[in-house]
Design a protein around this ligand. Structure first.
Ligand code: B16
Ligand code: MG
Length: 212
């Protein structure tokens, strides 16, 4: 029998709000400027992965090696493009079912948190008007190891004062599902478009499937 769930930790990008296209457009602009091939298939590999690790994946197609200083500058440039794009996010960009699901869980006394690799989490939550909607927020600013390391989810669970075994993690990325499993959480894969995430404990296609 599985443990009762007293907390739900939501990934941000791809679960609460769809920023994937903003990440894609920002990386694409930077890659084009550098003459590095980049497409949406490669972009899929960046889900849940930290900014610097994402850059390393993009640089697999580079024609020359880049110094650490150049890499820092490229990541900063991409982030500036990204921040410009997320500046136009509004409440309308919250993904379907997210608000109803949050209300439902809160009404039942279930704690809710964010567990995101993104250092831009505070900006995104402000843009979509959810800065006060969660009992805890753990993000890329609070961690030294990004997904698939469980650190961000362990921080979120600790902030909720709950053990991992009593929390579910809702994730759209392979790295996030692996992080949840490694941390001892119940791993729920959220795949709005058909995209099997193996190793999850459960798979949902709409967030309202959590309303049970
Ligand atoms: P930033 P999540 C992740 O957010 C994104 O999925 C991933 O594509 C991005 O590289 C990462 O955040 C870091 O984002 O550059 O804003 O710090 O899915 O863990 O909420
Ligand atoms: Mg995600």
């Amino acid at each position: 029998m599985s443990n009762p769930i007293f907390g739900v930790i939501f990934d941000l990008d791809g679960v609460i709000v769809s920023t994937d296209n903003c990440h894609y457009l920002a990386w694409k602009r930077m890659a084009d400027e550098e003459g590095i091939y980049f497409d949406r298939t490669i972009n899929e590999r960046l889900r849940g992965v930290s900014r610097m690790e994402s850059l390393e994946i993009i640089l697999e197609r580079a024609q020359r090696p880049y110094t650490d200083d150049e890499k820092q500058a490229m990541a900063a440039r991409k982030n500036a493009y990204y921040v410009e794009l997320i500046g136009s996010l509004t409440r309308a960009d919250i993904l379907p079912g997210a608000l109803d699901t949050l209300s439902y869980l809160k009404e039942r006394g279930v704690k809710v948190a964010i567990g995101s690799s993104s250092k831009n989490t505070p900006i995104i939550l402000r843009q979509i008007g959810l800065e006060n909607a969660f009992d805890a927020v753990a993000d890329g600013n609070a961690i030294t190891h990004s997904k698939p390391d469980p650190e961000v989810f362990l921080k979120a669970a600790a902030a909720l004062a709950l053990p991992p075994a009593c929390c579910a993690v809702v994730e759209d990325a392979k790295s996030g599902i692996e992080a949840a499993r490694r941390g001892g959480f119940r791993a729920i894969a959220y795949t709005p478009t058909p995209r099997r995430l193996t190793n999850a404990d459960a798979e949902i296609h709409t967030l309202t499937e959590l309303l049970v």
